[in-house]
Design a binder for this molecule. Structure first.
Ligand code: ADP
Ligand code: MG
Length: 255
């Protein structure tokens, strides 16, 4: 375990306890340590993330709340090993990831992480069903098993009549639901969702909240970027970001 990791553990004492009591030696499943990200714009540097420190244990769900442009998507991409930070590191179950080779990062991403992109990123030439079953097959599931699971998820999300539609034949909200089905199809231990209910009416939004709640109650870890207070309220922690730092990390009020 790196020194930085141990030092940061000490500072994490003030973070709320997860629902289940945890043993002191338990390692967080996802640990973002001193994350910085800066973008060059001509002569100027835009400091988007300025030292984000966040540890998540198994079974926790975090609603990430911040104004538009605050760096939420950037942080989620870094947490999902889709981007490298300029400083700091992402630890998955105590394992530093910056030093890993690309194929190792890809393997972790494929096996441990589900990602719901803000702009769905579905494969345009494949149907809704194929978009959901492909990641399962890449992971080694047989086509029949993958299909059963994909159909089940898509039906649950109200897309039973859209299985063979391509993304261009689906509405924004439908594409969003396919993208959610794809992200959860492999039952990832870590699910990262970037405004997953942004394009949905309140009924679909509520189904998705139930799906997410099931996931974290079964011991998975979720980070959800959301502007939806109803969704944030169901998370175990609400984390707010301002000026590139975490300014609040609290248990949502039950009122
Ligand atoms: P949020 O998801 O909170 O709305 P983002 O993480 O998408 O915010 O972006 C944070 C800031 O970083 C924004 O001001 C955005 O313009 C800037 N930004 C994001 N990606 C890039 C990039 N590739 N190059 C330059 N600036 C970027
Ligand atoms: Mg965003």
């Amino acid at each position: 375990m790196s020194k930085a990791y141990t030092a940061a553990r000490v500072e994490m004492i003030e973070q709320p306890e997860p629902p289940q009591a945890r043993k002191e030696e338990d390692v967080p499943i996802l640990f973002l340590h001193d994350i910085e990200r800066h973008y060059r714009q001509g002569d100027e540097t835009l400091h988007v993330l300025n030292g984000i420190e966040l540890a998540l244990w198994s079974g926790q769900s975090v609603a990430l709340v911040a104004p538009s442009g605050a760096g939420k998507s950037t942080l989620l991409h870094i947490a999902g090993l889709l981007e490298h930070p300029d400083h700091g590191d992402v630890y998955i179950e105590g394992r530093a990831t910056a030093v890993l080779a690309d194929h190792e990062r890809t393997r972790i991403r494929r096996n441990e992480i589900g990602f719901v992109y803000q702009s769905h990123h579905l494969l345009p030439e494949f149907s809704a069903l194929e978009n959901v079953l492909l990641p399962q097959m890449i992971r080694g599931l047989k086509r029949t098993e993958a299909t059963t699971r994909a159909v089940e998820l898509l039906e649950y999300l109200g897309l039973g009549a859209r299985l063979n539609h391509r993304p261009s034949e689906l509405s924004g909200g439908e594409q969003q639901r396919v993208s959610i089905a794809r992200a959860v199809a492999n039952a990832p231990r870590i699910l990262l969702a970037d405004e997953p209910t942004g394009n949905l009416d309140s009924t679909s939004g509520s189904d998705i909240m139930s799906l997410f709640t099931d996931l974290w109650q079964s011991g998975r870890t979720l980070v959800i970027i959301t502007h939806d207070p109803a969704l944030a309220k169901r998370a175990s922690r609400v984390v707010e970001i301002r000026d590139g730092r975490i300014t609040s990390d609290h248990v949502p009020s039950s009122s």
